[in-house]
Design a protein around this ligand. Structure first.
Ligand SMILES: *Cc1c(COP(=O)(O)O)cnc(C)c1O
Length: 480
């Protein structure tokens, strides 16, 4: 494909994308295909001879689209939102064109420097404490990770290195193996599975702290575990607090947990993967109170801030804790500016070497929407979830299962788990809308997450009417 062909196809692709997004509501939100559907539809090997662009696009509609779950349909209420906006897609195209691998400052100075500035912009939107910003000439700063899972893992590994070095400095005879055996990390029993995985990958014990009646981690439960483990000779070193849990969007009490972490020399990492975007609104900023106690903080603009995947924003108070933990400088990656102390080599802040020019997406989105536009977007989603909540509350057959703070409503039919499993199956088999469940303690619960950029009140009303009809059918069939 040469440049003139690219110009033509590029314009066609933009039209295809705009048509797709505009028309996505008309597509069935969840596909009809069975596992393995695709292989028989395409050749077993790559073509020997070139094919045409038309043929590929025909196959996109014929083979790919029938197997797509349409996350951007206004009838999609599953998981959490994944962000999508036109300026982000355009910036991604530019990112592909520049195609640099920004592992060091020298590898593409703009790639590094725009990221640092965008992370400061975003940090200021959230009113993060100065200590997390790079521009203050302090020791903090932000980095874009690929996912919240990576951010948690990076924080855990950095904390592990930090505590190991401290202990070895005090007692040089201690081996790393002897220390690792005793390290213990904590998160609430509501934390995302990626936290448990970080513990597995990092080779340290991770203990679940029982959450309270509002699914929040509290000081007393953490303190209890801590005392027990210290008495058993273990070394507590790392705590993950979640702001906006995946199951029900509950909030750990960071104002309580934070001071304990500081006092006990435990690294506090805050995972606000979903909820973090809402903190750009002054009325939700209080949910972030206590972040001043954290060593690292992370959320996903690729969930709820209109920046397409992948873009996970992570800040640390002391960048040396990251760069000091992971630094290696082979000669082929060295460059003449690196020891000046003025520049950032982001490869030391993350697991992979390679990294895309992801900050372009933030820059485009922040400028096209403005902070006010982004705030309005968050508020609209919260408004829609409140609307859904009040519909549920008006039907005495249903109950709300957790406090609705942002864009997620957890609800169920009053009755058995089996009944609710049957309701969810009916909903997802009808394929008019798409939901996923969660467990809250021993209850099977349906999650209704406001997801699409184009979702409106009418979609919420329709979805609720549909759910009620299916519930009525289900309750009647049970009686017969
Ligand atoms: C979605 C979610 C994650 C995982 O995010 P990735 O970026 O896909 O790793 C982690 N924690 C919480 C609380 C989440 O909601």
């Amino acid at each position: 494909m040469n440049a003139s062909e690219f110009r033509k196809r590029g314009k066609e692709m933009v039209d295809y994308v705009a048509d797709y997004i505009e028309g996505v509501e008309k597509r069935q939100v969840y596909p009809d295909v069975e596992p393995g559907y695709l292989r028989p539809l395409i050749p077993a090997t790559a073509p020997q001879d070139p094919e045409t662009f038309e043929d590929i696009m025909t196959d996109v509609e014929k083979i790919i689209m029938p197997g797509v779950t349409h996350w951007h349909s206004p009838n999609f209420f599953a998981y959490f939102p994944t962000a999508s906006s036109y300026p982000a897609m355009l910036a991604d195209m530019l990112c592909g064109a520049i195609g640099c691998i920004g592992f060091s400052w020298a590898a593409s100075p703009a790639c590094t420097e725009l990221e640092t500035v965008m992370m400061d912009w975003l940090g200021k939107m959230l009113e993060l404490p100065e200590a997390f910003l790079a521009g203050s000439n302090g020791e903090g700063g932000g980095v874009i990770q690929g996912s919240a899972s990576e951010a948690t893992l990076v924080a855990l590994l950095a904390a592990r290195t930090k505590v190991t070095r401290q202990l070895q400095a005090a007692s040089p005879e201690l081996t790393q193996a002897a220390i690792m055996e005793k390290l213990v990390a904590y998160s609430s029993d509501q934390a995302h599975s990626s936290v448990e995985r970080a513990g597995l990958i990092g080779g340290v014990k991770l203990k679940a702290i029982p959450s309270d009646g509002k699914f929040a981690m509290r000081a007393s439960a953490l303190q209890e575990a801590l005392e027990r483990d210290k008495a058993a000779g273990l070394i507590p070193f790392f705590v993950v607090a979640t702001l906006g849990t995946t199951s029900c969007c509950s909030f750990d009490n960071v104002l309580e947990v934070g001071p304990i972490c500081n006092r006990e020399n435990m690294w506090l990492h805050i995972d606000a993967a979903y909820a973090g975007s809402a903190f750009i609104c002054p009325e939700f900023r209080h949910l972030l109170n206590g972040v001043e106690f954290a060593d690292s903080f992370n959320f996903n603009p690729h969930k709820w801030l209109l920046v397409n995947f992948d873009c996970s924003a992570m800040w640390v108070k002391n960048r040396n804790n990251l760069t000091g933990a992971f630094k290696l400088d082979p000669v082929y990656l060295k460059h003449s500016h690196q020891d000046s102390g003025l520049i950032t080599d982001y490869r030391h802040w993350q697991l992979p070497l390679g990294r895309r020019f992801r900050s372009l997406k933030m820059w485009f989105v922040f400028r096209i929407y403005g902070v006010k536009g982004l705030q309005a977007y968050i508020r609209k989603h919260v408004q829609l979830s409140r609307e859904f909540e009040s519909l549920v509350r008006q039907d005495p057959r249903f109950e709300i299962c957790a406090e609705v703070t942002l864009g997620l409503v957890c609800f169920r039919l009053k009755g058995s788990n089996k009944l609710n499993e049957a309701l969810l199956e009916k909903i997802n088999n009808a394929k008019k809308i798409h939901l996923v469940p969660c467990h809250l303690r021993d209850k099977f619960v349906l999650r209704f997450a406001i997801c699409s950029r184009s979702v409106e009140s009418a979609h919420i009303q329709h979805a609720w009417k549909h759910i009620r009809e299916l519930a009525t059918q289900l309750l009647q069939s049970g009686k017969e």
